[in-house]
Design a protein around this ligand. Sequence first.
Ligand code: HAM
Length: 404
Amino acid sequence: MINALRGMKDLMGEESRRYRYITETAAEIARRYGFEYIETPILEETRLFKRSVGESSDIVGKEMYQFTDKGGNDVCLRPEGTAGVVRAFTQAKLDRRQGLKSRFFYFGPMFRYERPQKGRLRQFHQFGVESFGEASVEEDFTLIVMLSEIFDALGIRYKVLLNSLGCSECMPPYRERLVSHLHDIEDGLCDDCRRRIATNPIRVLDCKNESCQELLKEAPRITHHLCESCNADFERLKSLLDDAGIAYEVDPNLVRGLDYYSGTAFEFVSDEIGAQSAIAGGGRYDRLVEFLGGKPTPGIGFAIGIERIMDLVQMPEPAREGWYLGTMIPEALPALLRFARARRREGERVVVEYAPKGLKAHLKGADRSNARYCGVVGEDEYAREEIWVKDLEAKEEQKRSLAS
Ligand code: HAM
């Protein structure tokens, strides 16, 4: 027997129903906020992610499904959705339309060669949104509200973590301060952190190692070193969230694992799913479009990890729907198939059992397929060109014309 690869899962039965429910609920809310559907290729040039997510990130450094294709191109399976959407936005020259706001949503598989564990897969699915052309902090607020609304609609409880990662003015001097502090405590830090002092010092802040966290308690905090404009934005965002009654926690160690962020960064976490507690993450990336060759365009977005919320979703009980049709005699099958076609043309869901069976077996089949109506043609009904129909919800029976 051949099994799926490690860290990759089939979505079927209850899980595929949950997947569709999540993506449809989120898409409907995104539509209300003016976002439209975009689908970008799963395979992209490797340099797209090197330039955007960043060479010093774990995602690019260790986790990419990267290979050379038959044409000799260096390609990889997308580890996330933002870079591809930015590429598509720029490739379509939308960055050249002054004042245009473009808002997209997407969902689909992402690939990271991580060590699989609960809540961490190598192929997982995200629902994400990206908004281009809107620099005002009201957009940051709106995206956080929208994400809250999605989780509320899905019946999921969460905590909102918030930070600001500054801009090209305040981040470099802050980074210098941080590096100097990290050198002071270097001896006590883990190997990963020591390496990151040179490659990506900000990431040291979110090391999961307890002894590192203890040493980092005295580290300078970005929120204390924001420039005037970043500070004003952060204060305004907090007051908008306060006004809207959205609870949040400022977490100065929230730095995100991708290099393209500046300004607002946020994560939604759940305490009901174990160690991999982040159920969504996002933030501003005002320099990314330019960095990927487009005209400077502000951007902000987020992505939800669908597998992480799969078991938390409160789904409405599926209502009995449509028809189950069967016959007790083989001759009746062509007429039954015509009846099925007519119902489907009316937009009804219809499941047909082709093998002739007794009434009891058909009623069982109808129950199993969650049909509202069970229609069966026996010998008598066939002679009268009729079908026996039972409404499994109202528990009522009737005969109707097989030609209807
Ligand atoms: P991210 O934080 O890397 O951000 O991923 C977003 C979410 O995807 C995480 O919060 C988590 O729920 C889920 N996730 C990540 N890795 C895995 C995995 N190995 N297995 C299962 N779930 C996982 C991004 O990807 C950014 N592109 C988000 C964004 C959009 N920022 C701006 N726009």
